[in-house]
Design a protein around this ligand. Structure first.
Ligand SMILES: NC(=O)NCCC[C@H](N)C(=O)O
Length: 258
């Protein structure tokens, strides 16, 4: 039976100092961010996911974006080596949490860099964005770890967005969705559907056709509802100011053996 656990990490009191790369910095309301994060976690739980909190990393402003610290395929975890040096201290506690949950653990080693936000799994295909945060050595190490387990790793060059998953994610039927101005190579995806808003490209599959997505993408939500899915919107405005999206606030673990 598939597991339904989601790893999360509460926002640091220093959240407002988080990195911004492709957008202008605007003030972040840390109290509102904490409320939004609590609602996000509650929404996961309401939809059947047991949330597991990894040790807070109060000195790491971007620690809440826990997705970037690891890639999990089946029950094998590859601990990231973030391209952003300020984010490297985030991984130690995540490694511990995943080992405790029964994952076997691998690591990205120097000179490799890789962030989980660059990795999109669609069935047994693992798309990896080669861009500002993930380098060629990181891509090669991802292949070495997951191809022997039966994954097909497809590298996708990116330059306009922070991570591959800032541009594209996938619907339950494996259609890859993206906001056209930010999708540089739509032809790499066998089925691709444009969405009308940037944050409409980010969905977390809750199960049973329900899609956790940002409240800032109402037109995309309408499009998904029209395709027979059930959008579950959450307001994550404070995280969006730091280039975060719904996917990056959790790591869902569906194939734990324990
Ligand atoms: N996977 C993600 O979309 N992560 C967002 C990370 C945002 C953070 N401010 C960063 O620049 O690293």
């Amino acid at each position: 039976m598939p597991s339904r656990k989601a790893l999360i990490r509460r926002p640091s009191p220093r959240l407002a100092e988080g990195l911004v790369t492709h957008i202008e910095r605007t003030p972040v309301d840390a109290a509102l961010a904490l409320e939004q994060w609590q609602t996000y976690a509650e929404t996961l739980r309401e939809h059947g996911w047991e949330t597991v909190e990894t040790e807070p990393a109060d000195d790491c402003p971007d620690g809440v974006f826990v997705e970037d610290t690891v890639v999990v395929f089946r029950n094998v975890a590859l601990i990231a080596r973030p391209g952003a040096e300020s984010r490297r201290p985030e991984t130690a506690a995540v490694e511990e949490s995943l080992a405790r949950l029964g994952c076997s653990v691998n690591w990205v080693w120097e000179p490799g860099t890789l962030e989980g936000g660059d990795v999109l799994k669609v069935g047994d295909t693992i798309y990896v964005g080669r861009g500002g945060r993930t380098n060629a050595a990181g891509v090669a190490q991802l292949r070495q770890v997951f191809e022997p387990l039966g994954a097909r790793v497809v590298a996708v060059p990116i330059s306009k967005v922070l991570h591959l998953k800032s541009a594209v994610t996938a619907l339950p039927d494996a259609t890859v969705i993206g906001y056209p101005p930010l999708v540089e190579t739509p032809s790499v995806f066998p089925r691709h559907l444009p969405v009308p808003e940037e944050s409409g490209a980010h969905v977390v599959l809750l199960g049973g056709g329900r899609l956790l997505m940002a409240a800032s993408a109402p037109k995309s939500a309408e499009l998904f509802a029209d395709l027979g899915y059930e959008p579950v919107p959450v307001d994550i405005s404070e995280f969006e100011k730091l280039e975060g999206c719904v996917t990056c606030l959790s790591v869902r673990l569906r194939d734990l053996h324990a």
